[in-house]
Design a protein around this ligand. Structure first.
Ligand SMILES: [Zn+2]
Length: 135
C-alpha cells in the first residue's frame, strides 16, 4: 500500500491579547490566521468507490475543519473562546485535539499568526486527554 500526506489550508480572522506578555501583544489586536491541516493515511484502492485513489476527500476534510474550528474561531475574541492563554502554540494544540476527536487521521497542524510566523505541532506531540486542550 502507498500512503500520502494530504494538506488543506484555511483562513480565519480573530482577536486576542496575551496578558502579562512583555510586548505589544498584551494589547488587544487581531490576526488573519492561516491554518494548514495535514492528514496521513493509505491511499484507498477501492475501484468504484467515491474516495478510490484518495486518503480523504478534500471536500470532507473542509467540512469537518469548518464545523469544528473555523465557525468557532472566525471573527471571535479568542480569550473568550478558550480558557487558556491564546498563543499560537496553545491554539494549535487545541485545534489538533478537536480535529483528532472529530476522527481525522491527523499528521500535523500548522498555524500561521503572520505570513512569516507559524507553529507546527505533530499529532504525537499532543497526548490524548492532555489538559491544555481540555476545553
Ligand atoms: Zn497576536
Amino acid at each position: 500500500m502507498i500512503s500520502a500526506t494530504v494538506v488543506k489550508e484555511f483562513s480565519f480572522n480573530a482577536a486576542h491579547r496575551l496578558e502579562g506578555h512583555d510586548s505589544t501583544c498584551q494589547n488587544l489586536h487581531g490576526h488573519t490566521y492561516t491554518l494548514q491541516v495535514g492528514l496521513y493515511g493509505e491511499i484507498k484502492g477501492d475501484p468504484g468507490a467515491t474516495d478510490d485513489g484518495m486518503v480523504m476527500d478534500f471536500g470532507h476534510l473542509a467540512k469537518v475543519v469548518k464545523a469544528e474550528i473555523i465557525e468557532r474561531l472566525d471573527h471571535q475574541y479568542l480569550n473568550e473562546v478558550v480558557q487558556f492563554r491564546p498563543t499560537s502554540e496553545n491554539m494549535a494544540a487545541w485545534i489538533l485535539r478537536r480535529l483528532r476527536d472529530a476522527g481525522l487521521p491527523l499528521q500535523f497542524i500548522r498555524l500561521y499568526e503572520t505570513p512569516t510566523s507559524y507553529v507546527e505541532i505533530q499529532e504525537r506531540d499532543v497526548p490524548v486527554g492532555s489538559c491544555i486542550s481540555c476545553q
